[in-house]
Design a protein around this ligand. Structure first.
Ligand code: AMP
Length: 215
């Protein structure tokens, strides 16, 4: 199955993507994760991406489309994949369509996780991530049992630099302006499934799987 997972920052795309890709046995392609890895490794791509990420702006389309194109050409994507956080602009969506055409495949479904703006702000600014294993917590909704240490590996928890209040406000504005138009874009193509994202993680997963016809 070839799926795009959409939704504003903080809608829970990353969390859902992890569960869904395990259940559906397809690779999880997250452009945000790819950029964060490049930043951590200090590659030229990482250094360029960091300038945009730290201010909540989007990395330029040519750069983003390039890394996704390379990733989709890899062997493990042949039988399906889940795209998380890509496409985020109409030109990215058009480029994806061309790339898939070249590969002779099509997107099956686009899942849009819907959450209201106030809830998103609270979710994002309270998010904490483990420096060692990448586990995600939330100071109110999912605190670590070890305070500001990771309850799984005892690593230090930190706030992603793009989860600060200023950057979050920017990311939400960028989403509304550049990414939200994709909802209509995919609706017109008859691919869109809207899923309410303001309930328990497990309920959201079940609703997505039901909508995909996989339970
Ligand atoms: P995410 O983890 O998906 O919220 O992405 C974190 C940041 O990475 C975003 O705020 C952007 O700066 C950058 N990024 C991730 N995916 C894309 C994309 N498809 N296009 C442009 N920038 C992206």
């Amino acid at each position: 199955m070839r799926i795009i997972l959409m939704g504003p920052p903080g809608a829970g795309k990353g969390t859902q993507a992890e569960v869904l890709t395990k259940r559906l046995n397809i690779p999880h392609i997250s452009t945000g994760d790819m950029f964060r890895k490049a930043v951590k490794e200090g590659t030229p791509l990482g250094m360029e991406a960091k300038r945009y990420m730290d201010s909540g702006r989007l990395v330029p389309d040519e750069v983003t489309v390039g890394i996704v194109k390379e990733r989709l050409a890899e062997e493990d994507c042949q039988n399906g994949f889940l795209l998380d956080g890509f496409p985020r602009t109409v030109p990215q969506a058009d480029a994806l369509e061309r790339t898939l055409q070249e590969l002779g495949v099509k997107i099956d479904r686009v899942i849009n996780i819907d959450v209201d703006k106030d809830a998103l702000l609270k979710r994002l600014t309270g998010r904490r991530v483990c420096k060692s294993c990448g586990a995600t917590f939330h100071i109110d909704y999912k605190p670590s049992r070890e305070g500001n240490k990771c309850e799984f590996c005892h690593g230090e928890l930190y706030q992603r630099s793009d989860d600060s209040e200023f950057t979050v406000a920017n990311r939400l504005a960028v989403y509304a302006e550049q990414t939200a138009p994709l909802i209509e874009y995919y609706e017109r193509k008859g691919l869109l499934l809207n899923i309410a994202g303001d309930t328990e993680v497990e309920t959201v997963t079940q609703n997505i799987l039901k909508a995909l016809g996989s339970v």
